[in-house]
Structure formats: structure tokens, C-alpha cells
Design a protein around this ligand. Sequence first.
Ligand SMILES: [Zn+2]
Length: 390
Amino acid sequence: MRTRQVFRSVGRLADGREIVYFDESPDTGRAEVADRRPLPPFSTGSQLRYDPLLDEWVALAAHRQHRTFLPPPDECPLDPTRGERLSEIPAGDYDVVVFENRFPSLAPAPADALPDAGGDPALAARPSAGRCEVVCFTSDHSASFSDLSPERARTVVEAWADRTAELGARPDVAHVYPFENRGIEIGVTLQHPHGQIYAYPFVPPRIAAMREAARKHRAATGANLFDTVVADERRAGRRIVAEGEHWTAFVPAAARWPYEIRLFPLRRVPTLADLDEAQRDELARDYLDLLRAFDGLFPQPDEGTDPPTPYISAWHQAPVGADGTPDSEFALHLQLFTLRRAPGKLKYLAGSESGMAAWINDVAPEDAADRIRAALPAVAARPTENKEQR
Ligand SMILES: [Zn+2]
């Protein structure tokens, strides 16, 4: 794929929120189109509460209870504005667009939004910070990410990298997390193909645990933990599902979910913003292949009636320090997983997982790898061939 330029422009919505267009052609003028909605000024009362037993922060965002929930298709707020149907996107069309979430879990809140902690010694709270953004992958309401062209997927990669760099540089942000929830089963409240970006004011527990594991591994062996894990999986080969020139995808040996993939760049980088052009180009193609494989995991005899495979696609990036520099010991990677374990059957997080955070998986990772490989578009299913070349 030829590297293409992406044209970025920034506008403001009626309530002051930022909107960033990532256009595939120049001079669209989209960012200049005014938002005609009479919106009240954007404000949130989010707060962060500290749990001393787990040493973790919990975000409290009670205003989200009133967010838009599964609107009919003709009221989708993520469609472009068409005539008098005013949406979150003032322009009449877009390629990829990112804007601040109107109902954010994380957003700077004034100090007076905090409850009065006087007389409540157990309450340790601080005003929220950070930012939540929505990423629309296409203006086509009925598409999925897996329907996108490689060129469009490449534009999304560019948007992710741009947001990672910009949000990571903010003083109130410690970690930038692009993700997509797909499917009613995951709790999606808008059907339009979109993802989200959470810019956390703290390092989320999973990233903190990986960082600590990497620190211990470095102290014990002198090596980078992520490099070791990727090298070990590639040497084992058994769970590799796809490998190209710049990326490798495997089912982790200790997978938690019925079908779970980790996708790593072969040259370690801390964040999406640190990927070079060749890595970004191949990522766009590899990611589409993996999503299409997920869609092919549960072929339905009764085609058209079963909802597509629900999934969560979770970018793991390096935490950023107070000066905006990402932790170079941490390796960017994607975790892609579905909670569907068989047609019509979901894995529920029950007593052991929800109560103890101790995971029990019903599907052997080696079997999952076989099934994912079989579902991949032919061109991507080439792990053996690649191994022989190396
Ligand atoms: Zn829509």
C-alpha cells in the first residue's frame, strides 16, 4: 500500500467540545461547518474515588445514566448532519472523525463538583480529569470496521496515532487507551461503527500490573518482558495465528477469553504514535484480517438472524510520565477478544472472574488458534511459511 497523506482539521461543537476531522482528500472545509444545535455549555461533574484496599481509582460519572441509548437509525448522533437532521458531526460527510464524548466518564471537573468529605473519613475523592473521545470510522451507519477498505483502516490508524500523541502530552493524562466495543452483548449503546479513546488521569490497573511485571523481569533477567513473551510465542509457533513482515498475532498461552489474540509489532515501540509508516501500513491490513477472522468464527446456518461476533479491541500502550514521555520499557500491543464461546453462548464473568479476578477459560488456547487460523482470509494465514523464511 502506498503511504497516503491524511488531512487533519479541528473545529468546535456548539457546546465548546473539540472535533477533529481526518480527511482522505484536502480542502474539504468540514471543520468550518458550524454546529447549529442549541446545546447547553459542556460540563461534567465526574469525580475519582480512591479504593485503598486495591490501591485503585474508580471513576464516578453519574451524568452518564442519561446518555443516548440505542436510538433508532434515523436519529443516529454519529451520522453526518443531513439537512435539518442535526447530529454530533456538523459536516455533511466525513471520512474519519474524532470528537469529545458528550457524556464522558473522564473529563476535567471543577473542584466544587466534589462532595463535601467533611465527616466522612473513608471518602478520598478528587475531581475527575482526562478526556473521553469518540472515533467514527465511517459515515456509513450500517458498516462494521471489518467492512472498511485498507485505505480507510489506515486513516483510522493515523487518527489513533494523532490522538495518542496529543492526549498523551496533556499534563492530566497518564495513559491513552483507544478501544472498540462491538455488539449488543458488550453493552454498545450506539450501533454506528465507532470506537472510543479514554485518556486516563491515572495508570489503569491492567497496565500498572504489566509495567510491574516488566520491571521485575528486567531486574531478574536483564531482558524486556514483552520481547521475551513475543520471542517465546514465535519459537513455540503453536499459537501464532498470523505473521507478516512487521506484526505477529498469537493466542496467548494463558488466554482468559474463549477467543483472544495479542497483536504485537515485531519492532517494539511504546505507543501507536511511535509506529513507522511500514508498521502502520501493515497494521491496517492485518487488523482487518483479524476482524474478518473473528466474524468467521461462528458461521450460522440461519444466516442473517444471528448478530455478528461481539468483540472488544483494546490497545495497550505505554503509560506516559509527567513530562509526556512514554515508558520505553512498555510494548504497544493490541488485545482482541470475544466473549462468545459458542454460537448463542456467552462467557459470563461470574464468581471467580468478577469476584476474585481469577480467570477460568473453557477453550484451549491451542484449539482457539487453530479455529482463528482457519477463519482467516487466506493471504494472512501464513505463519509456517514465514517461520521458514526467518
Ligand atoms: Zn449512524
